[in-house]
Design a protein around this ligand. Structure first.
Ligand SMILES: Nc1ncnc2c1ncn2[C@@H]1O[C@H](COP(=O)(O)OP(=O)(O)OP(=O)(O)O)[C@@H](O)[C@H]1O
Length: 256
């Protein structure tokens, strides 16, 4: 079954065509990562697929056009982690993660014991228990990024859309967070669509990759098919050496 189906996606911002006819399918349980140089349209495409931007073309989640889904249904199906989400003023970490449970709380009702447990579990999974009562705006960039991810996990959706989920993390936390997501994918059959800049890391975790440039798909396939010296020279204007690794190609930039 296909979890995400995108056909002919176009997004126009400020009168400019930013995403120009992108087709993309992600199977249930699959991890697909979108890469591309700065300004390629990765974040814009991801936000459109999340239903957060007006877009042309068709977007289906589990076979249903997103326009057919009500707000709560959308939030139970797809959790989105953006690069700089809006943070409610003075919110504490625990309460922020608990906001991920909003789609399960009845109108005018309160969070259930299961909702509180889901928030606790997400905080524990991301090593955030000591921060639970801190104000979110007092955390470091990397700590905050883990909180955003905790909220997305607490949401309990089957599809995760992640915009550069590890950009603010040190190398140890990067690996920890990606392993955690990969573990949850295996355990709960989560589907992951992410954007990432670190090409080696992106290739190690993705089943398939899509390379965007100028709002169009210019390469798609397995990491080994996409991460080639030719593609990276053409679209990133960089000279690289590709070294075979245990979990995918290792990309090393070298001086020209
Ligand atoms: N509101 C807007 N009006 C006009 N252009 C915009 C608007 N928002 C984004 N853009 C432009 O769209 C292009 C794609 O932006 P986007 O953030 O999707 O790229 P990206 O591939 O995620 O880049 P990065 O790797 O730098 O994060 C950029 O050139 C950006 O300046």
């Amino acid at each position: 079954m296909t979890a995400i189906e995108v056909a002919g996606l176009t997004v126009r911002l400020g009168g400019t065509l930013i995403v120009d006819g992108v087709d993309l399918d992600v199977a249930e349980g699959e991890w697909v990562t979108v890469i591309g140089p700065n300004g390629a349209g990765k974040s814009t495409a991801l936000r459109a697929i999340a239903g957060l931007l007006p877009a042309g073309g068709t977007i289906r989640w589990h076979g249903r056009a997103i326009g057919e889904l009500k707000r709560r249904e959308r939030a139970r199906t797809v959790a989105v982690m953006l690069q700089s989400p809006v943070i409610p003023p003075a919110v504490r970490v625990f309460d922020y993660v608990l906001l991920g449970r909003t789609p399960y709380v009845p109108p005018l009702g309160r969070e259930s014991a299961a909702d509180l447990a889901a928030a606790d579990e997400a905080l524990a999974a991301l090593d955030l228990v000591p921060f639970a009562m801190r104000r979110l705006d007092t955390l470091s960039g990397g700590e905050r990024q883990r909180v955003f991810l905790a909220r997305a996990l607490a949401q309990g959706a089957g599809i995760l859309l992640l915009d550069e989920p590890t950009s603010a993390l040190d190398i140890g936390h990067q690996q920890e967070v990606l392993e955690l997501i990969d573990g949850l994918r295996a355990q709960r059959g989560l589907t992951v669509l992410a954007t990432m800049h670190d090409l080696t890391t992106a290739g190690e975790y993705a089943d398939r990759m899509v390379l965007l440039a100028g709002g169009r798909t210019v390469a798609a396939g397995t990491p080994a098919e996409v991460l080639t010296a030719g593609n990276l020279a053409t679209y990133y204007r960089v000279k690289v050496r590709i070294v075979p690794g245990d979990h995918g190609p290792l990309v090393v930039a070298v001086r020209g």
